[in-house]
Design a protein. Structure first.
Length: 455
């Protein structure tokens, strides 16, 4: 399987090269040359465990890794999950909630980042190379990225976060990781300062080259690929209905795009229900065909507070029948005008239904789900659940993806349900653990000096 750029500006590359490249060198996103139709295989996969199914679904996309090696790598990726089903499907009212938060940091990002960490280690070991990951986080992604690569050989990870601006729990999820290859840098500044530091350090190309600097951004193809698996898994858990729909709380369009790939592979998904919070650029797009930048609203579902969705370009590429010229033109127009439009949207556009959910509705939904069914949903999950309920058709099973454990979002849960006990042993235990972080001023030269000294 070869990978191409959505902008058409690179020679086709292998899976391993695509994973190491992250963002395509022409600024586009990497996509597989073809999407295999696995319909004939569906009958054979019914009895597989989660990890076995993951290996089967992903293997055709990763054919430059020997199958037995790949299977072992995938098995290791899901060993860190605490539930025997990895991602259990739980009936709640008329909807089925797929819990994707049983990984080490209690968020669905673990599903992709545990796999990505294993992949990086495999490829680096094979090539005898090293990788220094530099990232900036406002909270959640940092801990999932750290958990993915802690203790892995050939990799160091440097995560910058704004001192005092992440929640104490989020900070402890990062700073209690004491492995030698993990460096938490608490920056005297805002999250924007951290992102600017990241850009400045990456823009020093000779430094980037000399220290083999890499990122774990949400556009890495391997992250999308790992997320395709649980769409298949939920269908088997439902006993293979003729059709089912899936509701997805959406920010950067990575999770729901994986559902799109699953549908292209032949999984009988009917509708993909795209749920946003007040940051509704994607909900507006799937209503009107107009993609227009808004301002960022800070919401009760912060992992979905985005202005532009970094994975959306992959969808556009398929909307334009895999034409890199039209895709590039759309992105260029959007970059110039902050607005671009699909004329007469049809075809795969109709695979999606979308809406935005306000904070008030989110807290109400958390309250109602708990009152009626005794189920505690985190605010992101509640956003998806609300639309799952609204868009469900008679006799069509509906799956709602649960993207975080409620204990990660204590403040919102307390607001929605003041009397409810909301803990998780992993988080409760963090207070007693030793921590390590390095306080740094917001200066790119200081960051570079720190990386140099740590290598
Ligand atoms: C990242 C995240 C999302 C959004 O997923 P995308 O792939 O960016 O659309 C939703 N919920 C939680 C808890 C997340 O961490």
């Amino acid at each position: 399987m070869k990978y191409l750029s959505t902008r058409g500006g690179i020679e086709p590359v292998s899976f391993k090269a695509a994973v190491m490249m992250g963002l395509a060198n022409d600024g586009g996103l990497l996509v597989p040359e073809t999407i295999p139709d696995v319909t004939p295989m569906l009958g054979q996969w019914a009895q597989l465990s989660y990890a076995e199914l993951a290996a089967a679904v992903m293997q055709p996309f990763a054919d430059d890794i020997e199958p037995t090696v790949f299977e072992a790598l995938v098995q290791r990726s899901y060993q860190s999950f605490s539930h025997p089903d990895t991602a259990p499907l739980v009936p709640v009212g008329g909807v089925h909630i797929l819990e994707l938060f049983h990984g080490p940091t209690l968020a669905f990002k673990d599903i992709a980042l545990q796999f990505l960490g294993e992949l990086f280690e495999h490829v680096l070991c094979e090539r005898g190379e090293q990788l220094n990951i530099l990232g900036a986080t406002s909270g959640d992604t940092g801990s999932a990225a750290i958990a993915g690569v802690r203790g892995k050989s050939g990799i160091r990870i440097f995560i910058m976060f704004p001192e005092g601006r992440t929640s104490p729990t989020q900070e402890r999820q990062m700073t209690t990781v004491l492995d030698d290859n993990v460096f938490n840098l608490s920056i005297n500044g805002s999250f924007d300062d951290c992102q600017n530091l990241l850009k400045t350090v990456f823009s020093d190309l000779s430094f980037k080259d000399q220290y083999a600097l890499g990122a774990v951004n949400s556009v890495n193809w391997a992250r999308v690929l790992a997320q395709v698996v649980y769409y298949f898994w939920s269908w088997y858990q439902l006993s293979q209905p003729a059709r089912f729909d899936v509701a997805v709380p959406t920010g950067n369009f990575g999770n729901i795009f994986a559902g799109f790939i699953a549908k292209r592979m032949g999984l009988p998904i009917g509708k993909l229900v795209l749920a946003t919070n007040a940051n509704d650029i994607l909900a507006r797009f799937f209503d009107t065909g107009v993609y227009q930048r808004g301002t960022v609203h800070f919401s009760q579902s912060p992992a979905m507070d985005i202005q532009v969705a970094s994975n959306f370009e992959r969808y556009l590429y398929y909307q334009f029948d895999q034409d890199p010229i039209q895709t590039s033109a759309f992105m260029q127009h959007f970059s110039d005008q902050q607005r671009a439009e699909i004329s007469a949207p049809a075809g795969i556009f109709d695979w999606f239904v979308a809406d935005a959910v306000s904070d008030v509705e989110t807290l109400q939904a958390m309250n109602r789900i708990h009152q009626q069914y005794g189920y505690l949903a985190d605010p992101h999950t509640a956003v998806g659940y609300l639309l799952a309920d609204r868009f469900q058709e008679p006799d069509v099973p509906m799956v709602a993806l649960a993207t975080a454990h409620p204990a990660k979002f204590e403040a919102a849960v307390t607001q929605a349900l003041p009397k409810v006990v909301n803990t998780h042993s992993v988080l409760a235990g963090l207070d007693r653990l030793e921590t390590r972080k390095t306080a740094m001023v917001s200066d790119p030269e200081a960051i570079k000096a720190f990386i140099r000294a740590s290598c």
